[in-house]
Each structure stands twice: as structure tokens, then as C-alpha cells.
Design a protein around this ligand. Sequence first.
Ligand SMILES: [Zn+2]
Ligand SMILES: [Zn+2]
Length: 755
Amino acid sequence: MQKTYKISISGQVQGVGFRPYVYGLALEFSLTGTVSNNEEGVIIFVSGLEESIQSFYNKLIHLPPPVSRIKDSEILQVKNRDFEAFKIVPSQKGGQLNLSLTPDFAICEECQNDIVNPENRRSNYPFTTCVNCGPRWAITETFPFEREHTSIDEFPMCDMCIEEYRNPLDRRFHSQSNTCKTCGIELFLVDNSGNKLKVSKDAMFKKLSSLLTQGQIIAIKNTSGYLLCCNAENEEVVQQLRDKKNRPNKPFAVLYPSLNQLKEELQIDEGHIKSLTSTERPINIISLKDYKGNIALNQVVPGLNQLGVMLPYSGILQLLANELRFPIVATSGNIHGSPIISENNEAIEKLKDVADYFLQHNLKITHPQDDSVVKFSTKYKVEVLFRRSRGYAPNYFNSSIQSDKKILALGAHLKSSIAYYPNEFLYISQYLGNLDSYDVYGRFTKVTSNFIDLFEQEPNVLLVDSHPTYQSTLHGVELAEQSKIELYKIQHHKAHFASVLGEHNLFETKDKVLGVIWDGTGYGDDKQIWGGEFFSYESSVINRISHFDYFNWIVSDKMSKEPRLSLLSLANDEMHSILEGKFTDEEFKIYRSLKEKNKLKTSSVGRLFDAVASLLNICDINTYEGEAAILLENYIDHYNLNDCKVYCSVLDDNSIPIVELLYNLYSDFKNGNSKEIIITNFLFTLASIIFQIAKNQNFKQIAFSGGVFQNTTLVDMINILSQNQYKLYFHKDLPPNDENISFGQIMYYLNCMGK
Ligand SMILES: [Zn+2]
Ligand SMILES: [Zn+2]
């Protein structure tokens, strides 16, 4: 007996080859019917034998297409219908968008093979994609994910592409991003005055490779934005790139031509390989221990013993890599501090003094994204996300929100991101950057309005940081006034805590949770600058239970840029000599008197790292955010916690004597102990403090958030000291830094406010 069923599937199911896959499966089980995309996901009608339909459904749910992610599915028997065959029908837009958006996917193995095969009609064609790979979020204009809703729509398919698109047996059956050499995107090479060079399509990547070999800097328009590239083994050109980009020390990432070459030069393990070849394909930060290659390390990663590496993730980078014998620097195409550039004219205008040549194309990028960055801790292999962007944005899967409100959260300031809950899904934008930059602020407001437009939903709740002068806060206040939306200000570190609680769905937990929230700065409830906080979470309430002793916050913004000022603030009279030589007499006089008159206090652990770095003469002035802390961690090669000692302990009233900590550390330094030993003791002290507080106050669960937890050595030490007696929660899908604040604001609002 024939029966008809309706199947609804939601999740990341568009732009991932779902409909063609369903089509193939329907044929396999001799079913007739239809499949289409709508605002909620994929809708299938099937007619056939009951048993066949159930087998079809089981296989679909348990073995979906490789890059899809099913959130929910439903199967319902409906009135019998007769279909002639099984068909993919065009999507219909009836209501508002309510499904996961699709992130960009790294080029798949089959497409990689197509572009190197001289027999294949896509040989050498850099925009080769299929249902399993290619740009998605980068080219999305609106939804559902159909060609006419993306910027690829400007390139009508040729006859052969249409044939593939219509052929159920083809990998490009219903592939929305399908193009080829005949109908597709044009690549061209221009000099830095914008003049086109005469290079044939087939010779393009050979030409690029020879320019890179000659020591030229090339701005490459990739599918997610511009990258600035040069030969990583050429000291001179890397230094040139630094000078021109106005980026003296911040490490550059390197693109390796192949996994094999990467394996020959660096020590990587299975976890790295899995991450480096995943569809997200982030940059992995890897130790340079026993490094065997020829990269100009002093220029690429000045003063560091770790290197950010990645493998080609687009057809452009893959074709270039195939011509290269050496790794290349591949860093976001921008001027230091500005957002990544994606438009051709803007690229030439802004980068003409940086790049010698520009590889451009005529595909419009609607959502430019930086490369994402991860690092694994050495001992426990904890994966720490440093930057969440291409490959991850804009979906967030791990949430169980149920609210009638449409909530928009505008995040923090330094590492900004926004989060939106307009329907049944939660979306978190790509990393947007430091809002001090006018251009970054421009992109931030654009992404915010784009999110609202995309979902055709105005928020009715707006969440911002309680810092009165964060650009994101100011923008939120303005938006709320204009549109008469409820606005709530949420304390920075409580948002951090709520963020990690939310990632682990801990709001309903029976046992209280200790929140260890350490970062650079955040505006505190008492108007002081917090950053070394301990909270408790129990039954929807977050309480601050302890913090590092307050010390003077002097010279406002300058304090985060100059570690020597943190040292000056924390140094007692006996440490006076260590400050000499770090300041001119006049500076010293001014800063000392500022310190005496000062009223603003801080508990920042980030600034404590700065003070230690300055004390040990490792870094007095940061040239990039977090430099002092990164350089400190970098000193540690190996350690044994049994040989470590603490520089201070938690006092009976739960306070943490930070000046005593620094003074004891200073005494060790004066007595000639090595920097490696001192820094190891310092991190050991921090880790020990956490467990003293947990023990004193009877916590069994500890959650961590804040930029300090990008220190993977500290993360490992915490794991060692826990001895499996505590449940530890670190961020999983979000970075520990301020990129998680937007998500934390939503979590705080939903779970802790008004309760
Ligand atoms: Zn592919
Ligand atoms: Zn074509």
C-alpha cells in the first residue's frame, strides 16, 4: 500500500547538498515526491511503501551529507498523494528566515583533484566548488540559500554548468555556487597603480609564484577577503611587509603549500592534522620546537617559539600552493587595526603602498572574514579558539534557548562580535575587531544592521556592556532610543561567566559553580576596573565572591599598552631600583604623582601579567594587544609542578595579595633565578589560587573565561592541579576572550536577570 509522508528538517541544511542528496536517496528507495528549501530548512514529501519510507528516513537522519548538521527532524503521515517522479522543486519564500545559515567550507578533495587534472574542464579554475565545498556566508545576500540570493548570481551558468546542475548523478547537481571557466568568475593581476598585466589564465599561478619567488608582496583577493602574501623564507621581504603594514612585532600566519611539507618542518599531532584539514580549516598555532624549515622566524614571529600555520582552503590558494616550493606569509589584507578589505578599489587605494601586485577577481564578497585561529594545549590537548571567523561564523549550534523575545547583543569593544536570537536559532557574527578603529566601527554597525535585515526581524531587546564609553554600548543606546527597544546593560565579567555557563548548559546545575574570570579590563559594578574576578553561580544568581587586591589604574588607556606602568603601579618601595631605566626622570615624576593622587583601581590579571613581563625585562611597551602575556608564556619550554612554588596564597578573608605576589617574584629574580623558573612559578601561583578558593568555599565545579585563558600553559596546569577532583569548564566553540561577550550577554539576560 502506497503512503505519503511529510518530512521537515531544520539545521545547517541549505547550501550543503541536502536536496540533491535527498533526491539520490529517494531514487535508491524507489520513492516519488518532492524536496524543497524553505525559511525553516528542508521540506520533503515522499510517496511509496511504508517500509521504504522509514528506511529512507533513517538513512537520511543518520547519514546526512558530510557538511550538513541536522538540528531537528519530523516525519508525519499526510493524505495520500500521487507524484510522477521525485523532483527538486524551487524554494518558496513565504515567511521569515528560521534556519541555520551556512558557513564557508574549505575546498573538498574532489574539487582539489578537478583543478589539477588537465583533462578536467575545470583544470586551473580557482572558483571550482561543489555541494560539499566553497564560499557560502561570504557570498550570502539573503536567504534561503539559492543562487539568486548570493553574489554568484551575477554569473549566469553556461550550458555545461546547467547540465551538471540538472544531472542527479553529478556532484554539482543543484550546487548553487556552480561556475566554470566559461561562465564564471574572472581572475586578473594588476600592479599597484591598478594597471592590468597581460597574463593568460593558465599561466596566472605560475606568474604569481615567480613574483613571490622574486620577493614581491602580493595582495590576493581570496573568497573571504584580501590576504597579503610574501615568501616566508625571505627575511627582507617579510621585514618590508612589517614596515609597510605598520606592524612591528605581531606574528604573521604562514600558509604551507602542503600538509607533507608542514609535517616535515614542524612537530604536529593528529589533533592538528584534523583541524588543519577540516572544513573550517583554521590557522593552528604550533610550537617551533625542533623546527626544521627555512622560514625567516625572526621576521615572521619575532621573539616567539610558536608559529601560526594553515593549509590552502580555497581554489585560489590551492592553485597557488601547487606552484610553490616554500611557505608564504598570508595575513589579513588591511592596515594594522583596520578590518579585512574585500573590495577591489578599496584594496588598491589602501594597500598600494604595501603590495606590489594585486590578484583580483570580480566576485563580490558580502561578508568578509578573517581566518580563524586555534591553539591546542601541549599536555591535555585542550582546544582553545583564539579567533572565531571563517568556517565557524555565523552559526552557533550549542544553545538551548527558548524565548519569545528577539534579542540582539552588541558585545564588547576590543574583540567585538555581535549575537542575535531572532528565531529558533542563535547566530554569532564573525570576529569584527577593535572598535577604536573608525573603519572597524563602520563594519560593526553594518553587520549589525545586516543581521536585522537578513532575518527581517527587529529586535525587541538590546543588550550592551555596562561600560559607558564602549562604542558598542553607545551604538546600542542610540539604536534603542531610535527604535524604542528595551535596553539592558550587562557587567562585562558576569557576561563572560554566563558565556561559559551557557556553552556547557550549566544554568540548571544543582551544584554551585565557581567562575574564574580573568582578563585585561572591564567596567565593574563599583565603577572600578575589574579583571581578576571570582564569582559563584547558584540558582540563577551570580555573585562576586573575591578578586585580586585592587591596585592603581594610572594614565587610563596607556596602562594597557605599556606594561611598565603596571609594574610602576604594583611595585613597592623596595622594588624602586627595577623601575630605573624604564622611565625618563620626568616621566617617572609625573607617573609617581599620578599614582599617589589616583582614585581609579583595578583587579586586572591581564595587567599583572604585564607587570611581570616588565619586571623580568621582557616587555615594557606592547606593540600589539596581549604581547607581554604571549612573550611570557613563550619562555616556558617544560616544567614539573612538583618543583614549583607559590608567590602568595589566598588570605583568610579570601583576598589575594597581589603586591606580595609581585614582591616575592621580584626577590626570586634578584636572587638570580631563571626567567623560565620564575614564570612557571607565577603561573603555578595563579593556578593554585583558583583551587584554594574552590576548596575554601566548597566548589566542585569551576568555569573559566576571559582572555587570560588563551594561555594554554595555564590551562594545562589547572588541569594537572585539579587531579580529577573538580569538574572544569573551558570555552569550547567560542574564544575565551571578549569575542564571547555578545553570547554571554544573551545568556545572562535569559538566565540571570530579574531572578
Ligand atoms: Zn567540492
Ligand atoms: Zn559554466
